[in-house]
Design a binder for this molecule. Sequence first.
Ligand SMILES: [Zn+2]
Length: 468
Amino acid sequence: MNDSKTLGELRASGYRALPVRLELRKNLLARLRRREELFPRILGYEETVIPALENALLAGHDIIFLGERGQAKSRLIRQVVELLDETVPAVAGCEIHDNPFDPICRECRERARADGDRLPVAWIGRQERFGEKLSTPDVTVADLIGEIDPIKIAEGRYLADERAIHYGLIPRSHRGVFAVNELPDLSERVQVSLFNLLEERDVQIKGYKIRLPLDVFVMASANPEDYTSRGRIITPLKDRFQAQIRTHYPKTREIEIQIMDQECAYPPTNGGYQVAVPQFIKEIVSELTFQGRKSPEVNQRSGVSVRLSIANVETLIANAEKRAVRLGEAVAVPRITDLDAVRRSTEGKIEMEYSGEEKAEGELVDKILRRAVKEVFQKYYRLEDLQPVVEAFNGGHVFVVSDHQPSMDYLKAAEFVPDLTRHLAPLALEEGPPWIASGVEFLLEGLFLNQKLFKQGVDHSFHFRGIK
Ligand SMILES: [Zn+2]
């Protein structure tokens, strides 16, 4: 552990300051050598995004991630920051974390000349070397690059004096990582000054040109359509990103579920009840998102985020929890009737292709939700195997379900449906009434969606009955 406090001590310790690209490279190689997982908690990118990202980092290329919303772009960027050294030495007090061996700001250069080996050194952590900006059209040159500080002018600095500059985010990311999200949303003026700073290594403020040879590793993100549409990004800036990495949504429902399981805030189990989500429910939630991603009525330019799946499973759990608490049940297991809460929470989270009225949006969500339930149902059941269940209803039975009904009530279905337990077996549920309730609702809903049963909403319940 190096604890040098002056340039002299640092020199004596044999410390070598590396440019940021070489530092990232060094640490990446060390982790590869130790066979460590480089990007933990990033699922589904093992064969696509991660290899491309590793190559870009090794090659020292600035990176632009192209992808729709909710594709872990920000998380990838933050994990790259984790590849920086834990701490690096900088000139103490310098706003841009100057390298003590080679300071670039005028003040540090003067201090280095005056102090020599006594130049004080401070150790800077990773997070202090990371700057991030979400682009909007009103981000200014001052935000990113800097501006003339009127206070410093009042103190007697001249305009052309770089000590009169109040540095923006990028100079403050000197010797570190700077990330800009939704790059095409930056105004052209800001893009031009960004390019000048990164490539020409100078800044123009109020007509004065100041040389600032920054060492910054740049990562950006953009929606692919925005990035390719003409005029959204100035060409020289585009050329600056030697690595274009296309992110994507999970390719399978299994990966979507793994992400849901990883990210979902399962409530603590100290409320006197347990929370359990059957596999088929998770499949319905992820299938809803998948259906949204392939629906022509959904705006695919903005995409349907993995966050929708996560929020939906959390909403289902919340609805099931309320029931368990109100009814004093020991296990909260989401059911099909809880999906109504999901339907409402999904509206507004997916953008429709044609901005229609609110009613149309509700109908769309309803439609893709039904499609999702049907799709998952088909995975578990063949209709002909369920004919005995259909017959039982055709014999005149009515069964009532709702999201506030005690789980025990569902056991009554076994009284008239032959072999109910056998029919629930494919769902691999655990034992107990809340599980049976969840399974029975799925069975009935699947039959209804396949036109084998009638379903009628009555007050806040649903009545299932035979068709004949
Ligand atoms: Zn400095």
